[in-house]
Ligand binder design. Structure first.
Ligand SMILES: [Ca+2]
Length: 320
């Protein structure tokens, strides 16, 4: 039997994070070896609590949760928290009881470094929040970028508007300095931007189907999806929600769901376009040295088989 792909999910749960975590647990192609937490949809302490809670719902308390950074990589404490998208508890204002379990003693950064060095080249890190933990791991251990198999990240808005403002996508905007470190690190990186995830919509009709299913994940998700659906109706006039984190997880599970191009990505860290991701396609040889010259390339997704992604989401969440 082929060895399962090991994945660590760096996450800020988060309604679509919850879907993504359940999908990963329902995917026979991968083995989830840990969750690491980060601020974004909620503060890091609550992200940890929600990660533990979701694993208890799934009956997978064997999977460790390591708590991540409470600050941006530049020690910023003024964090952008998207609780208006996900509810103040991050999980649709359901006020679930606190989890019984606790995070492990090891920090997210130490866990990422340790696990990737235990299984060099075999661990895929799927980053579903701001990239602070990943950047800190890169800074703390020069071997991390060689040991990590691939970093599949939800981040960026490539040739489309952002979702925080016209320039920036939320995860990159959350810590642009960290994102620039990750994109220019030389690690094997696949970026799934909102140019991709805005093509993947879970419709109101899909949600009705989930609600009718007896699957435990479908039932749980239908409880927490209301706030997320209302936000999308108001903000985008869509009859459905964008599947950001689920698409990213599935791109890690089955890379044939997307196509990508390779080039250099830099992140704007200041000014009105703070958080902008700018992709250089290497088609022109510039006469002068630029901020993109001599930087390693990354993979940026450009197409997605949206119907296949939605079908996998529905099948795997209903079948539990
Ligand atoms: Ca997320």
């Amino acid at each position: 039997m082929a060895e399962l792909k090991k994945i660590i999910i760096d996450t800020d749960p988060g309604v679509d994070d919850a879907m993504a975590i359940f999908l990963a647990l329902q995917s026979p192609e991968v083995e989830v070896i840990g969750l690491t937490t980060i601020y974004g949809n909620v503060y890091t302490t609550l992200a940890t609590r929600n990660a533990l809670h979701l694993l208890e719902i799934a009956g997978r308390t064997d999977i460790p949760v390591a708590e991540g950074s409470h600050l941006t990589i530049t020690k910023g404490t003024k964090l952008r928290i998207a609780d208006f998208v996900h509810g103040t508890d991050g999980l649709g204002n359901q006020n679930f009881p606190p989890p019984k379990g606790k995070a492990i003693e090891q920090s997210a950064v130490d866990f990422l470094i340790q696990q990737t060095s235990l299984y060099p080249g075999k661990v895929t890190v799927v980053a579903l929040g701001p990239l602070t933990n990943i950047a800190l791991a890169i800074q703390a251990d020069p071997a991390f970028i060689k040991n990590v198999g691939q970093i599949v990240l939800l981040g960026g808005a490539f040739s489309v508007n952002g979702n925080v403002n016209p320039a920036a996508e939320a995860n990159i905007f959350g810590d642009p300095d960290a994102a620039d470190i990750v994109f220019t690190s030389g690690a094997d990186i696949l970026a799934i931007g909102i140019n991709i995830t805005h093509q993947v919509i879970l419709t109101d009709a899909d949600r009705d189907k989930l609600a009718e299913s007896s699957g435990k994940f479908a039932q749980y998700l239908c409880k927490i999806l209301d706030v997320y659906f209302s936000y999308h109706h108001d903000a985008y006039s869509t009859k459905g929600v964008y599947l950001h984190d689920p698409t990213t997880i599935l791109a890690a599970v089955d890379p044939s769901l997307i196509t990508y191009v390779e080039g250099v990505v830099r992140v704007q860290t200041v000014g009105i376009t703070r958080g902008l991701t700018l992709f250089y396609n290497k088609q022109k040889r510039f006469g002068e040295v630029t901020e993109w010259s001599d930087k390693p390339t990354v993979k940026v997704a450009v197409t997605v088989d949206a119907p296949a992604v939605v079908k996998l989401v529905m099948d795997r969440l209903m079948n539990s």
